[in-house]
Write a protein that binds this ligand. Sequence first.
Ligand SMILES: Cc1cc2nc3c(=O)[nH]c(=O)nc-3n(C[C@H](O)[C@H](O)[C@H](O)COP(=O)(O)O)c2cc1C
Length: 282
Amino acid sequence: MVDEPVRPLQDQFAHRFGDPPAHYEPTTGNETLAYLAGRSSHRRYSARPVDAALIETLSAAALCAPTKSDLQQRDIVSVQDPSLRNKINGLFPESSWIAKAPAFLIFCGNNRRQRQIHQWRGRPFVNDHLDAFFNAAVDAAIVLATFVVAVERAGLGCCPISAVRNHAEQISGLLGLPDHVFPVAGLTLGWPEGESEVSPRLPLAVTLHTDRFSEQGLRDHMDAYDARRAALQPISKQRFAGEEGYADVTPYTWSEDKARQYSKPERVDFGAFIRSKGFTLD
Ligand SMILES: Cc1cc2nc3c(=O)[nH]c(=O)nc-3n(C[C@H](O)[C@H](O)[C@H](O)COP(=O)(O)O)c2cc1C
């Protein structure tokens, strides 16, 4: 096997963003930056199982992530029982690759422990509003992102699965999630099979602001991104192809795909589910 040539960091960022950041060579940490610049999600895995001890180690690393006010309002559920896994797989018939992943985890927000602590310490919990939900959701997302980094650095591959929220009620029932504990995302995990593509990101001109939020030149930047993305990573299947109002278009761009995605209702019952878990969201 011939080793891939290592691409300089600036080349990697140029591929990712089109407009690379100003050239700056940190004295340490280049390896981490180069990994981040070249990382990607993996949806194809070899049959090699992922040892439960490795999952525990990766989870431990992820749970070292920063957490709001040291409150630690997030948990990971590692799905080990084959019959439970089968039931979860059955929720995603349209994504058969999920069932083929050797391992599956679910990242949850957990505002329950905080409320339990209040009971045990005899102090009222007087912050029963949107922020209680938001803090736990953000903490879970940070652990998810850190888990992804730990996984990819260890040579495995993974893909977060927000589609678990399409079935929040069922997932919650299957995992026995009590009040104030809710699924944020699942994650498929395994040893990668084949390469996965580095996905171009919106240019820094659009997503990195200095001092003041700016949308200067946004439409032009978006058009250029659509063109660059279509050239580098064309979307092979047009969303809702063949359905009324979704005639095939050329070029089929990232922004067309995203506009199609949210032109149909998705997870409209999620707010009701979260309220059913005891959150007020006011
Ligand atoms: C919170 C979250 C939820 C996601 N949910 C799904 C999902 O349900 N199905 C899927 O195929 N990919 C999912 N992804 C993966 C994204 O599609 C992927 O990160 C994005 O296309 C960018 O590709 P990259 O990670 O390779 O850079 C999710 C990613 C995140 C961060």
